[in-house]
Design a binder for this molecule. Structure first.
Ligand SMILES: [Zn+2]
Ligand SMILES: [Zn+2]
Length: 428
């Protein structure tokens, strides 16, 4: 692995966009839309005071002061990528059925079809259909293997970039190793099966989906050609990952694959104002490849992966579907008991971390402790670029908002805290 990303690396990424984003848009007007502008501007303003901040002061000695700028929390922002990953892990870990074995399957597109997806990148529909198609394919696989109609559970994550940053949409699927016969309400465990069956099934489902989605003569011809070319199915476009044996860490394992930004900062080796040099791990040769591209190409490789606003990159299907999760959880638990597998505790639920914890993790110091007297600092002000000062501790003190409070929450008389102890920031 390369060196750990540093603030200097993140600054390089920002610099590239600061200096060339406008020029890039002029050259490629297709990117001059909100879909791309918003995340890029968010990233550029992330952590800057003009994007809003919270201010902390030591109420004990009055000497230390801390400005904590808001972060943008966008997956495009390298500074926020860790937060994004943590949130992802936390969300997914709550959706895993205890005791169930999961499998990780990667479904990709044959090269010849990537262009079609690339053309549709400003729309959410094709990628949505792609995700559902992956789920339907695997449900078909399991039902065929078990010779009965089964409902399976899938957590599907779509990613559009390959390791080099080029456009290469593929699905990472975490699938239940088994399914429920919905009419009988019975769980069927999937044992060993030949993965080759997925190759044929994936070809069938993917080609059928693309044909019906695009529906032009040209596409039909292309797909028919591919059918002839790959009589054994899409061999190169199916792979399985090694899901950790233990219950712990499954979500984190998945996050490694799916939550990474197109190119991690630590992979940028050099930026000279005109060209960017970066490296990546080549999938086929397993070796480190270094690429040097002009800055517009680099920006293009980054922004082409920004999805339509609000697009759900992680989706839950079948037994994992949010609405019916609880209903199926019961059936699955009973089924697992019947086959005699001991449920060794639940999947580890990962909690999202607060700014303070994350800061502490990275820097090793508590950001909220006064460096002069060691007391905990207090939130005194929140400033938002659009709404101005939205919280002011001194104003609250002046207007006597503490007068009616019991004072039970006050610590040793020196620090006055808001009554709730937490401030709700529901404005954004
Ligand atoms: Zn102090
Ligand atoms: Zn950010």
């Amino acid at each position: 692995m390369g060196k750990k990303s540093t603030n200097a690396d993140k600054a390089i990424f920002k610099d590239i966009f600061k200096e060339h984003w406008e020029g890039f848009k002029a050259k490629h007007p297709g990117y001059n839309t909100e879909q791309y502008e918003e995340p890029v501007q968010k990233m550029l303003g992330c952590g800057e005071e003009f994007s809003g901040y919270s201010e902390y002061i030591c109420m004990h000695c009055g000497l230390d002061k801390r400005i904590v700028p808001f972060s943008c929390k966008s997956c495009f922002c390298l500074s926020c990528a860790k937060k994004y990953t943590d949130d992802f892990v936390s969300q997914v870990s709550e959706m895993l059925h205890p005791g169930v074995i999961y499998r990780h399957i990667v479904l990709t597109l044959p090269e010849q079809l990537r262009g079609i997806f690339y053309k549709e990148r400003h729309s959410r529909d094709l990628l949505s259909a792609f995700m559902r198609c992956g789920y339907e394919c695997l449900e078909d696989v399991i039902s065929t293997v078990k010779k009965r109609p089964l409902k399976i559970g899938c957590i599907v994550v779509v990613q559009t970039h390959g390791r080099s940053g080029r456009y290469n949409p593929h699905l990472h699927i975490i699938m239940t190793s088994g399914g429920v016969h919905t009419e009988l309400g019975k769980w069927h465990e999937l044992g060993y099966f030949k993965y080759e069956i997925i190759h044929k099934k994936w070809q069938y489902h993917l080609f059928r989906m693309v044909k019906s989605y695009i529906g032009t003569e040209e596409i039909n011809r292309l797909v028919d050609e591919l059918w002839k070319k790959y009589p054994k199915g899409l061999v190169a476009n199916v792979s399985k990952g090694n899901v950790p044996d233990s219950c712990k860490g499954l979500a984190r394992y998945l996050a490694r694959y799916v939550a990474s930004p197109p190119i991690a900062v630590r992979r940028i080796l050099n930026y000279d104002g005109e060209t960017v040099t970066y490296w990546y791990q080549d999938h086929r040769s397993k070796s480190k490849k270094i690429e040097r591209v002009d800055v517009y190409t680099f920006i293009g490789r980054m922004v082409q992966h920004i999805m339509v606003k609000g697009f759900q990159r992680v989706r839950y299907f079948g037994l994992e579907a949010t609405k019916t999760y609880k209903k199926w959880a019961k059936v699955i638990q009973e089924g697992i008991k019947t086959i005699g597998r001991i449920v060794k505790g639940a999947y580890q639920i990962v909690r999202t971390k607060k700014y303070r914890e994350r800061y502490q993790e990275i820097s090793g110091t508590d950001p909220m402790v006064c460096k002069y007297c060691g007391n905990e600092m207090e939130l005194v002000r929140i400033w938002h670029p659009k709404y101005g000062v939205i919280y002011d501790e001194f104003e609250r003190l002046k207007t006597g908002q503490y007068a009616q409070e019991s004072g039970a929450d006050r610590r040793s008389g020196c620090a006055v805290r808001p009554s709730t102890g937490a401030i709700q920031l529901s404005l954004f």
